[in-house]
Design a protein around this ligand. Structure first.
Ligand code: PLP
Length: 466
């Protein structure tokens, strides 16, 4: 599957270059871009329009969890599209797959997170969760609780509020964001690779910073705290042990709602359907999910809301204006929900989460071996989310030279038939969860080779020109 003849391939490239503005495009090359056109996919591999095959260590974009070419998901989508492709989800109109999926999500979610609000993806799930938090506090007679706590290095999406919550400095260039009521706490990944600071000291510093921020803003003004259990796009940053419990406890003490953004960590990537409780021991007030919910076969997101919050909204509804004015044309799209149901069934049948718990440590061990390369600053991750941080020896952070070096590593990986996700000076990896030991060896091998070639370029003066 995949290859196109030269004429078709040429036309695709020309039309992309002429007409498409890609998400996160490099604007300095707009109109000159040279896209990789992916035309086919099977298992853990994708094929480009030239017919070249790659092991997809990106998992699409953190989302293709059960791998490509899963007929049962495709069949479920087709059957639903034939039976009833779409009807409004607004008000009290429902569709069967969305009802069934809501029940399944409630059963999978921790605690009393039994109420599901469907969205169209991760950004809209995060936005909706914050709106629910605002509504909850307003319902309790405290509309002043509008402020939102997020963190530096967070990524929560690309709609206006989700982008405002995101704290990746590189994404903030030239854009203005909401900053009167959105606050960024210190990144829990700060100092993560500094062995001179103990995890306990890091935790104490982070919690002191969070308490100081709550004091400064005033708990009575804060609606919620939004947090990825492991910060994904910000550089696969794993908070120190105890961080999740401590932040949960602090939020609970001040009635600040805890929103766990599991758009990446949910649906098996850390070896569980949801990581909040099963991996990190906390029950949040809300969980946002998307991506792996359908294994990327369809766009879909959801906010899982506690009975406590939903009950408060119902009990305090204004009899004259009882509407929950949030939702999207494609909230709970029947074809997307059918894909999610087939995906969950498949994940259960093949015990995908158990598989991740088995191979995840091996994946991290193989990647940690890469630390012997002088151009690797760090290898971070948890189960099947990981990143390799590149650096010119003696230079740290996303400097132009380090970014150019990482770019070179990515290019060599691509030439070796491996797709990793370049971000600043990081090579980020989140392979499909069905990846096996042999494929993990292939990822580690191609990566080692790419690092060796980039290092040789560095020595000969042809790399990291910046
Ligand atoms: N939250 C997290 C943690 C994410 O990683 C992402 C996307 O990468 C989002 C939210 C936004 O999801 P979407 O791109 O589906 O809107």
């Amino acid at each position: 599957r995949g290859g196109r003849d030269d004429a078709v391939h040429g036309r695709l490239l020309a039309d992309d270059t002429r007409h498409v503005l890609h998400p996160w495009a490099d604007l300095s090359t707009l109109g000159k871009q040279d896209p990789l056109v992916i035309t086919g996919a099977e298992g853990v591999e994708v094929v480009d329009s030239r017919g070249r095959r790659y092991l997809d260590a990106i998992g699409g974009m953190w989302c293709v969890t059960v791998g490509y070419g899963r007929e049962e998901i495709v069949e479920a989508m087709a059957a639903q599209a034939r039976a009833m492709p779409y009807f409004t989800p607004f008000g009290d109109v429902a569709n069967e797959p969305a009802i069934e999926l809501a029940a399944q999500l409630a059963a999978l979610a921790p605690g009393d997170l039994n109420r599901v609000h469907f969205t169209t993806g991760g950004s809209t799930a995060v936005e909706s969760a914050v709106r629910v938090a605002h509504l909850y506090h307003a319902a309790l007679g405290r509309p002043g609780r509008r402020h939102v706590l997020s963190r530096t290095d967070a990524y929560h999406g690309s709609t206006y509020l989700a982008a405002s919550l995101s704290g990746k400095q590189a994404d903030r260039v030239r854009f203005r964001y909401e900053d009167t009521w959105v606050h960024h706490l210190e990144s829990p990944g700060h100092d993560a690779d500094d062995t001179s600071v103990s995890a306990a000291e890091r935790l104490a510093g982070l919690m002191a910073g969070m308490e100081a921020a709550i004091d400064r803003i005033g708990a009575e003004n804060i609606a919620c705290f939004v947090a990825e259990p492991v910060l994904a796009s910000g550089g696969v940053l794993v908070p120190p042990p105890g961080y999740h419990q401590a932040t949960r406890e602090l939020c609970g003490r001040h009635d600040i709602l805890y929103i766990s953004d599991e758009v990446v960590t949910g649906f098996g990537r850390l070896g569980h359907f949801f990581a909040s409780q099963d991996r990190f021991g906390i029950v949040p007030d809300m969980i946002t999910t998307a991506k792996g919910l359908t294994s990327g076969y369809q766009p879909l997101g959801a906010v899982l809301i506690s009975d406590r919050i939903a009950g408060t909204l119902a009990e305090t509804a204004d009899p004259d204006k009882p509407v929950f004015s949030n939702g999207f044309t494609y909230s709970g799209h029947p074809v997307a929900c059918a894909a999610a149901l087939a995906n969950i069934e498949l994940m259960r049948r093949e015990d995908i989460c158990g598989h991740v718990r088995d191979v995840g440590p091996y994946f991290m061990d193989r990647l940690r071996e890469l630390r012997s390369s002088p151009i690797v600053a760090a290898v971070r991750g948890d189960h099947l989310m990981a990143c390799v941080e590149c650096r010119v020896p003696g230079e740290s952070g996303p400097t132009p030279r380090n970014m150019a070096l990482a770019h070179r590593v990515d290019t060599y990986c691509e030439a070796g038939g491996l797709l990793v996700r370049p971000y600043e000076n990081l090579c980020i990896m989140s392979p499909p969860l069905v990846v096996g030991a042999a494929e993990i060896d292939r990822i580690a091998g191609v990566m080692a080779d790419a690092l060796a070639r980039a290092e040789a370029d560095l020595r000969s003066g042809t790399a990291a020109a910046g």
